[in-house]
Design a binder for this molecule. Structure first.
Ligand SMILES: NC(=O)c1ccc[n+]([C@@H]2O[C@H](COP(=O)([O-])OP(=O)(O)OC[C@H]3O[C@@H](n4cnc5c(N)ncnc54)[C@H](OP(=O)(O)O)[C@@H]3O)[C@@H](O)[C@H]2O)c1
Length: 272
């Protein structure tokens, strides 16, 4: 039996992932929405259906579980689908020095931001190539800055940026698009989940989830390698290429401010 192609969006229960799902739906894609919170996923699926789009398939899965890929794959096949476009959006951050972080938090950041998207990408490369589809990896402007106070998160996003750029070239001859979407700050649940606030960012860096999602979709479909929404964010991300690494590191060095959250860390910071 031939399977129908769809777009699978991880972390579609809120924020940028929900906005991305909507943009793909608006452009006629059949969708699978993946995250842990069934009620949010079903709420989005119901709304899209009410508004005249095809109701997405809802797949409740915890991407930190080793069998997550198998669970999702089985659900797709049961419904007659396979992946054409993969949107690796689910991600978490945590504020604090890496050495002070609980081991399970460190594992979760690497597990969700690096291991899961890598595993899902490689699992579905064949159908993605067969359908000449694409992969949209949600990285971050954090990918460009090795920032103390959120070292783990930034390093995972740098990995996703590097992976995306390399896969973009590896898969170009197969007609597959690969794009890293690198938003600056976006007001979502991300900041509260990460135990920090977005207040340190100047307002001109912000973009809405909807705008970020639209630019990500357009960039992917246009065959772009990297999309950085917003002019100021684009300029910021050029700095590490223009300045010597030592200067960039000094600019990013933590300021001596007591954090209310973690008194053992005498610095403050937050990252998109
Ligand atoms: N907000 C920003 O300023 C910003 C800027 C740049 C990049 N980003 C990136 O954008 C992506 C989306 O973040 P967001 O800002 O939209 O934050 P968000 O609203 O907190 O969304 C995170 C999503 O990841 C899902 N998720 C978390 N843990 C999961 C797990 N174990 N298994 C499956 N799904 C899981 C969450 O769903 P459940 O809780 O239902 O599982 C949720 O849908 C992330 O990769 C983030 O790093 C965010």
């Amino acid at each position: 039996m031939s399977l129908r192609p769809l777009t699978l969006v991880t972390g579609a229960s809120s924020g940028i992932g929900a906005a991305l799902a909507e943009v793909f739906a608006n452009n006629g894609h059949d969708l699978a929405l993946v995250a842990r919170r069934a009620s949010q996923l079903n709420g989005l699926a119901d709304r899209l259906a009410r508004e005249g789009r095809k109701r997405p398939l809802v797949v409740v899965a915890d991407l930190l579980q080793p069998n997550a890929g198998d669970v999702i794959d089985a659900e797709l096949k049961r419904n007659g689908y396979e992946v054409q476009y993969l949107v690796n959006n689910a991600g978490i951050g945590a504020y604090g020095y890496a050495a002070d972080m609980a081991p399970d938090v460190r594992q979760s950041i690497i597990g969700l931001n690096v291991k899961a998207p890598t595993a899902l990408t490689l699992r579905w490369i064949d159908p993605i190539v067969r359908h000449r589809g694409g992969i949209l990896n949600v990285a971050s402007t954090a990918a460009f800055f090795p920032r103390p106070g959120m070292a783990m998160y930034h390093a995972t996003k740098a990995y996703m940026l590097s992976l995306s750029e390399a896969l973009h070239n590896e898969l170009a001859n197969d007609g597959v698009r690969v794009c890293a979407l690198c938003p600056g700050p976006v007001l979502t649940e991300f900041f509260s989940s990460a135990g920090t606030t977005p207040s340190i960012f100047p307002s001109f860096l912000y973009r809405s989830p909807e705008r970020v999602a639209r630019e990500g979709y357009d960039g992917l479909m246009a065959g772009r390698t990297i999309v950085i929404p917003g002019f100021a964010n684009k300029v910021l991300c050029q700095l590490p290429r223009l300045l010597p690494r030592g200067i960039v590191q000094r600019l990013l060095a933590p300021r001596a401010i007591d954090s209310e959250k973690n008194k053992s860390i005498s610095r403050e910071g937050s990252s998109p």
